[in-house]
Write a protein that binds this ligand. Sequence first.
Ligand SMILES: [Zn+2]
Length: 238
Amino acid sequence: MTFTRDELLGIARTHVVSRSDFPFLVHRDALGPFLALRRAAARAGIDLWPVSAFRDFDAQVRIWNEKWTGRRALLARDGRRLDAAALTPRQRVDAILAWSAAPGASRHHWGTDLDVYDRAAVPADYRPQLLVAEYVADGPFAALGRWLEAHMTDHGFYRPYRRDLGGVQPEPWHLSHFPTAREASRRLRLATLKGVIGAAPIEGRAALLRRLPTIYARYVRTVEPPPGSRRALPLTRR
Ligand SMILES: [Zn+2]
């Protein structure tokens, strides 16, 4: 398994697949394992379902630009709403990165990562907010969180944003198929990101490019290390 440049950056869709009964795009090597994880969860009464899976480069540009211009809510790390127009370019970059990846730098481009919730734990019209409070203590997805902690590794999944490591905030809903993501992570170089961002219609591009080495180190490289690979992993089933 390998990633082309355009697959890494979410520009191509040649690496992702879906199924008639599963309308989400997932990397072809991660779909089988995710559906196996979903079946195992079902046996524990959990209806494991994505909020999102693959997201392409253009979608990430749209999110970025809407936050930059204030058309989409821009939030501080503590959840406070910020006024985009009152911030310097540097502050806007920081505020966006607290909650969203820079275009090209999202693990969702790889198709190996999914945001998930438990459909069985909430009413049918419930829209997951993707807040830590939903996944801990007495939140609706706390049981899901505990179950994942105990079982996801058996199916090749882990949480790259489990703790606050100074980059991306904790995201207990974000799962990564690490045998596949590991390869993408290895291949995504600073120069690749620099090239694609430099050529894309991204608001605040100059401010983003100026600090890209730091941003790359802090938000792309700083993730939870995947579980040790000494153990044989039951992943190759398709
Ligand atoms: Zn995510």
